[in-house]
Design a protein around this ligand. Structure first.
Ligand SMILES: [Zn+2]
Ligand SMILES: [Zn+2]
Length: 423
């Protein structure tokens, strides 16, 4: 088995996968609403002889291909799209609108490229099913809902994912990358993507007439001070060698010109690679908030309240060192040394992190695979620009090459791992 034979086999399935990509791109579905997407993927895997276990938290499911004695390996795709109005000239441009979970009509677009992941994932299932003579073991294809909410992996695990499948020796995934040419692979052993904590701060005051501030304790003024003071947490209290980000994305308080409100609410995102650093930032937020409440003359019962929204918190994506470096060695053989490069960790979060955080301690790796048209990327870089990023309404991947390379490289990688673990 070598790459050439998989490349040749890919030529026979390419049209089918591109049709599938076009279908997913034109029919995106929002998080936790991936009903038709999931049904289509289930149908694809059933036709290939995979056993399906569905209802694993929302529309998440797995397809299992048992191919004799041997290890279990898993490969994960996500399925959801974003409430974004597509602004590209793609032949498959999405004009889809759907009601979100709150009943509001939204435009929908696969602006994070999960349609690339799904098409590749089906391609991998096809090549692995067609080449069962070249590997032995069990392949689990994981299709996960609601990645964008950071909620799908958690609901899959809570629905008993790891009780219903044989424990994988290794779980793999990739995310497409608009800043890399299609066919290039990015890797990082260890911290690959940051963890996230989602925070809400209720700043209480004493409201009253806007013309009589002396009779109030103004939470809008307190919030203004806090927003600036929070900027000093990372710049002055965290060692400069550590990476973390605290961004305040929402501030809400008051309802009219001449009334000082009773409270102001801030929503913040904290990104980090070490939980002790996240804990330190949270302690600092509390200390600074209480400090301003004290200096404003509030009673202890009215100090600001900090809420950590657990359902919107994730640990960092940690790529297992040993397995990742072994995969990198394989990928250099598969794709060529020049196409496999180390990446810097990024401050975006991914709930793929949760698969390695169960009591089974399963090693996991997520790679980047470039999605950019090589010439367009070169021309953008020569002007000091980048191509539209993930979550941009203008994200327009070189889907043909991204899916081709993703499918062939990842299938070959899985076969190498099956053979390695069978030794
Ligand atoms: Zn995304
Ligand atoms: Zn994504």
């Amino acid at each position: 088995m070598n790459l050439h034979s998989l490349e040749n086999q890919y030529d026979n399935i390419q049209d089918k996968l591109i049709d599938l990509y076009a279908h997913f791109h034109q029919n995106p579905e929002l998080s936790f609403m991936e009903m038709n997407t999931s049904a289509k993927l289930i149908n694809e895997l059933r036709c290939l002889g995979f056993e399906i276990i569905d209802n694993l938290g929302g529309y998440s499911f797995v397809g299992i291909l048992s191919n004799g004695e041997g290890p279990t390996l898993a490969f994960r795709t996500d399925m959801d799209a974003l409430p974004i109005l597509e602004n590209t000239d793609s032949a498959f441009k999405s004009i889809k609108k759907m009601k979100d979970v709150n009943g509001n009509e939204q435009p929908v677009m696969h602006a994070c490229g999960h349609d690339l992941h799904m098409s590749t994932w089906v391609g991998i299932a096809k090549l692995m099913s067609n080449n069962q003579g070249n590997w032995k073991g069990t392949l689990v294809m994981i299709a996960q809902a609601s990645e964008e909410w950071g909620a799908g992996a958690r609901s899959m695990i809570e629905a008993g994912l790891f009780k219903k499948i044989p424990t994988p020796s290794y779980i793999l995934a990739y995310h497409n990358a608009p800043n890399m040419a299609a066919g290039e692979i990015g890797y990082k052993a260890g911290a690959f993507m940051s963890g996230v904590k989602t925070l809400e701060l209720k700043i209480k005051g004493i409201g009253g007439h806007g013309a009589e501030p002396q009779n109030t304790i103004d939470p809008i003024v307190m919030a203004s001070k806090l927003i600036l003071d929070f900027q000093t947490i990372i710049s002055r209290e965290i060692p400069p060698t550590e990476s973390c980000v605290l961004s305040i994305g929402s501030i809400h308080g008051g309802f009219t010109h001449n009334v000082i409100p009773d409270e102001v609410n801030l929503q913040m995102t904290l990104r980090f690679f070490k939980s002790e650093i996240a804990d330190k930032v949270i302690e600092s937020i509390k200390r600074i908030s209480n400090g301003i409440a004290i200096s404003s003359g509030l009673e202890a019962s009215n100090y600001p309240e900090l809420k950590i929204i657990d359902t919107a918190c994730l640990p960092p994506v940690e790529n297992n060192h040993e397995y990742t470096l072994q995969s990198v060695a394989y990928l250099k053989e598969i794709a060529g040394v020049q196409n496999v490069n180390e990446s810097e960790p990024v401050m975006i979060a991914e709930d793929f992190s949760l698969y390695s955080k169960t009591t089974d301690n399963i090693p996991t790796t997520m790679f980047w695979i470039g999605n950019a048209d090589r010439d367009k990327l070169k021309s953008a870089h020569s002007k000091g620009k980048t191509l539209p990023v993930l979550h941009s309404p203008m994200m327009y991947p070189d889907y043909k090459n991204c899916i081709r390379h993703g499918t062939v490289y990842m299938s070959e990688l899985l076969i190498k791992w099956f053979n390695n673990l069978n030794k």
